[in-house]
Every structure is written in C-alpha cells, then in structure tokens.
Design a protein around this ligand. Structure first.
Ligand code: URA
Length: 217
C-alpha cells in the first residue's frame, strides 16, 4: 500500500516546499535540515503502523501503563542522498539497529538508461525484523529494489517499509509490482520521470544539493 502525506495539509508541505525552491535549496544546511525534519515526520507516521504493547512505568507518584513499540525497526540508509533523511528517522527510532547501502547510477547509455550499482552493504541480521528503507527520491525504484534484494540475503524481514520524500508514479508502480508486500510512505507523488530519469517537478539532485556535486572517478 502507498501512503501519501500530501493528501492532508500539514507542516510536511512547508518543509517540502523549501526543499523544492530553487533559491532556498542553495542553503545546504537548511536543505539537509528539511530532509531530516521530513524523516522525523515520516518516522512518526510509520510508527503508527508498527506493533505496540503495554508496559508499566513508575512515575514519582504511582505506576501507570503506557503503550510502547514491541520491537525496534531496522533503519536502512541508502547512501548518499539518504543520510540526512535517515538521521531524522534515527533521532526518533533512537534505539534502532541500522543498515547502510551504497547505491548509485552506473554509466548512462546513449538513451540515458543506466544500471544501478551497489558497492557497499553493511547490515545486522534482518530475520523477522521490520525493515525501513530510507531514500529521499523514489525515481525508477531500481536502486530500492536492488537494495532490498541485497539486504534479504541477510535474513527475511517480517515487514518492509519504503520511505521517500518525493516519489514518481513510475517508481511506485515498479515497486508495487515487484515488492507487493512492502508499504511505501512518501510526502508527495510527482507527475513523472524525465528522459534522464529525474522526478519532475521534483527538486533536482538530492545528493548534490545536500553534499555538493560529484565528479567522475
Ligand atoms: N535522485 C535525485 O536526487 N533526484 C531525482 O529526481 C531522481 C533521483
């Protein structure tokens, strides 16, 4: 199932607007901070769908019951653009184990198609765990699918959530077909991918805006 936060008015739209704004996004610190804030908001939204159980707490006055998460999800950061967004999740799920996946678009063909390259995977066992994959731009969906395939070799998660700031309809279709058991959480679904497989209207290159332009090795 896909959950789109922009179907309701909330502060998420304020931070998303700043991320998209070609002038405001020049402020790198603010850009990273807004990705982090949206990570916190989506962490809170996803938390509502996780299993909770009652626990007791002793206040200075008496014992009382409170509903607590039954388990901590494993947070998987898709580097590099995912880092600030992931930090937002980690500041809410502050006891979570974390996985890291280095994913990037390989050499482009003449028609701009590309293969996704994964060159770094570090993860705890995922057997029976709730896995949250954190990548701000769900464009083609190929890097997320490849990340899930690599992570599944480290144990089969009990549930999979995919968190994005902006998703394309094409990327959502791709993942819904190939990973029907996963829930997708996004702050907006944009119109389409352009010929370079960038989301439009989108916000540009999230990794470059957060950390600076890359150069070819
Ligand atoms: N990655 C980005 O940073 N932006 C896009 O539009 C698509 C992928």
């Amino acid at each position: 199932m896909t959950f789109n936060l922009s179907t309701q008015s909330s502060l998420a739209q304020v931070y998303l607007r700043e991320l998209r704004d070609v002038e405001i996004q020049k402020d790198r610190l603010r850009f990273r901070h807004n990705l982090e804030r949206l990570g916190q908001i989506l962490a809170y939204e996803i938390s509502k769908s996780l299993p909770f159980s009652h626990q007791e707490v002793q206040t200075p006055l008496e014992r009382t019951e409170i509903s607590m998460p039954s388990e901590q999800p494993v947070l998987s950061c898709i580097m590099r653009a995912g880092i600030p967004f992931f930090n937002g999740f980690l500041s809410y799920f502050d006891h979570s184990d974390c996985a890291f996946v280095g994913a990037y678009r390989g050499r482009h063909e003449k028609d701009f198609t590309f293969n996704v390259e994964l060159d770094y995977v570090a993860s705890p066992s995922l057997e029976g765990k709730t896995l949250i994959l954190i990548d701000p731009m769900l464009a083609t969906g190929k890097s997320l699918l490849k990340a899930v395939e690599a992570l599944r070799k480290l144990g089969e998660p009990s549930s999979i959530h995919i968190a994005a700031v902006i998703a394309s309809p094409e990327g959502i279709d791709w993942l819904e077909t190939r990973l029907p058991q996963a829930d997708i959480w996004t702050c907006a679904i944009d119109r389409e991918l352009n010929e370079h497989f960038y989301i439009v209207p989108g916000l540009g290159d999230a990794g470059d805006l957060a950390f600076g332009c890359k150069t070819e090795a």
